[in-house]
Design a protein around this ligand. Structure first.
Ligand SMILES: [Zn+2]
Length: 325
């Protein structure tokens, strides 16, 4: 214990000695901002998280642009953990080297496991109690008396049930264990790699700070230059500093709103540090899931916006309207 204290003290002294001059920090901040304005695109390289303030999160594409600009070359150290029942966890450490000098400028960690909900479960539709088909059950429109229908247009048998039908409503939707979990290994590995890379890039370039504020009102006291990145390898429990960092980071990266109630109740000084890391990963995963949805979403939405107005508004007698009826 006392050993640990000494190490921490030594580290904090190092920080003062190794701090960058303010001009250096400013230049780095400006460079990232310039990059953001000129080269990065919102939605592709970074994006705002709905409901989480105006703080955009850095996406993989943005991390790559930062890496290219600052000439930071990532190397990945992959650790595979067998979780049993075919499940795996990948823990990846990403080390960033400054290309020209070869100097290590920072590192990040990322993990992903097939136990994460998006890999563990497959999205199952409701099964028809009559014909046994899956994904054919739809909710009847309230105008037509509600209830449930085994929709013929989806290949169903046309069966109808009232609201409250237990054989339908008791079915758990979207919560079926994925029978082919091995199919997820590669996706999971890539996800862990992406997380480690983005994490490394954010901490090494202070991009997360920059993405949250304009240069004019940038608070330099909150800036954490590379030299100030303290990589705490092994203390078993979370200190006040960890918790504070956790909250700041969750705000900055935008996963704050994805921390589940159960997890958020666990976050406190003295909790196992590994658990804290796990909470970060879970919340990030939840956020990633949302982001991926958003990633594929906006393009479609844009197309819709640019599409001509619906035919029926222009020509109410369009035959397609009546064909449907
Ligand atoms: Zn049916």
């Amino acid at each position: 214990m006392s050993n640990e204290m000494t190490i921490n003290e030594a580290r904090s002294m190092d920080l003062v000695g190794g701090a960058y001059p303010i001009e250096h920090v400013k230049a780095q901040v400006q460079m990232v901002q310039h990059l953001m304005k000129e080269i990065m695109h919102e939605g592709t390289h970074y994006g705002k998280i709905p409901g989480c303030g105006d703080k955009p999160a850095l996406f993989k594409g943005g991390a790559e642009k930062l890496g290219f600009t600052f000439r930071l070359l990532p190397t990945f150290d992959v650790q595979l953990i067998d979780m049993g029942n075919g499940h795996r966890e990948y823990r990846i450490k990403c080390v960033l080297n400054h290309g020209p000098s070869g100097q290590i400028v920072g590192e990040g960690v990322g993990s992903c496991s097939t136990m994460e909900s998006k890999y563990r479960w497959r999205n199952a539709g409701r099964k028809c109690p009559e014909c046994g088909k899956e994904g054919t059950i739809i909710k009847g429109k309230a105008d037509y008396g509600g209830g449930w229908i085994c929709f013929a247009k989806k290949g169903g048998c046309g069966g109808k049930w009232n609201d409250g039908e237990k054989s339908i409503e008791s079915q758990e939707q979207g919560k079926v264990e994925n029978p082919d979990i091995a199919d997820q290994y590669n996706t999971c590995l890539k996800m862990a790699k992406k997380r480690a890379h983005v994490d490394a890039m954010i901490t090494s370039t202070a991009a997360s700070d920059i993405f949250t504020q304009d240069i004019e009102d940038f608070d330099f006291s909150s800036f954490r230059p590379v030299a100030a990145k303290v990589i705490v390898e092994k203390p078993a429990t979370a200190t006040e500093k960890h918790i504070k960092h956790f909250h700041e980071q969750s705000e900055e990266e935008g996963y704050c709103r994805y921390i589940s109630a159960v997890d958020s109740a666990l976050v406190r000084v003295g909790m196992p540090l590994e658990d804290l890391v796990a909470i970060v990963e879970r919340s990030r995963a939840a956020m990633d899931k949302d982001l991926e949805k958003a990633d594929s979403g906006p393009h479609k939405d844009k197309d819709k916006e640019q599409a001509p107005p619906p035919v029926e508004e222009e020509d109410p007698k369009s035959p397609s309207m009546f064909e449907e009826e």
